[in-house]
Structure formats: structure tokens, C-alpha cells
Write a new protein. Sequence first.
Length: 175
Amino acid sequence: MKTKNLDNIPLGTCVCSKCGERKSNIEYTWYGNRFTKDGKRLRVNTICTTCSTRTAKELAAIKRRIGKLNPRPAYGENCAICDKPVYKNKASVPDGVDGTWGWQCDHCHETGQFRGWLCKKCNTGLGALGDDLESILRAVQYLAQQDDLEIYTVWNGGKSRIASKVNKEYLKRGE
């Protein structure tokens, strides 16, 4: 078993952003070659090793289950959000192609329910917005305001159906 390198880790504690427990700094993952201004190693994130291991096991189980029922699309197929072709890695995107890389399994983090396959950039973007439809619509409205556009969003009585409408002048811009 690999031993953890504890060299140059600052003394102290941190509250885990998953379990909420305050733990010693040695309970977290640290970069081996990235340092703070004072020369101490930089922490990878604020999730303790115990929670990281548990989350990794849960994610691996979800991926195994989903992979059997919903195989990953072939490289070169388009992402459902950005509509760009997705390749295995950055180096494999052909010259002159506006493509992206890395299929990722998009799923609900509360239920584990599979939603689809997205490129890494789009899946990370959804996660950064909280995987929440309201947050995404607020981002759309924010961007629309920057271009002086009108966006009309209608929530259908709290049900899952949503309609959005962009003013006609914007739609004509693409012609």
C-alpha cells in the first residue's frame, strides 16, 4: 500500500466540505508539486480523504451501472449541449475542427439518475451552476441582458415543462 507523503503540509485543521467535521490537515489530499507563497504544499480541495474515497466508490458504482444500460457515445459524436464533436482527448481533436474532448456521465447527484452523456466542459459547467434549472435560466437571463435581449420564461404551474422565448430580432441575427 502506498504511504501518504506528509512532507511540507502546514499544521492546522480544516472543515470537510462534505461531512462538516473539523479534521487535521493530514486527513486531506495535497499536491506534491504546487505550493503556497510561504512554500507549503497546496491542498487539492476541502474534502477529507474518507469522504473522497466514499464519493469515488459511489461514483464508480454509478458509472458501472449506467455504462451497462447507456453505453458512452462514440468519439466524434456531438455533445447534447454545445453540439460540438467530442473526442477522446485534446490532442485527438482534428486540426480545423471546433471540437471538444472527454465524454462524461451526467447524473443527478441526489438520486444517481442518469441524464445523458455530455462533454467534460458542458458537464462541468452544469455542475458549476449547481445542476439546477433555475440557476441555468438565471444565467441565460443575465447573458440576454448583456445583449439587450428579452427572454420570456414561463413555468408551467410548477410542473417540469418550461417554455422560453427570445425576441424575434435576436432570432433574425443568425439569418
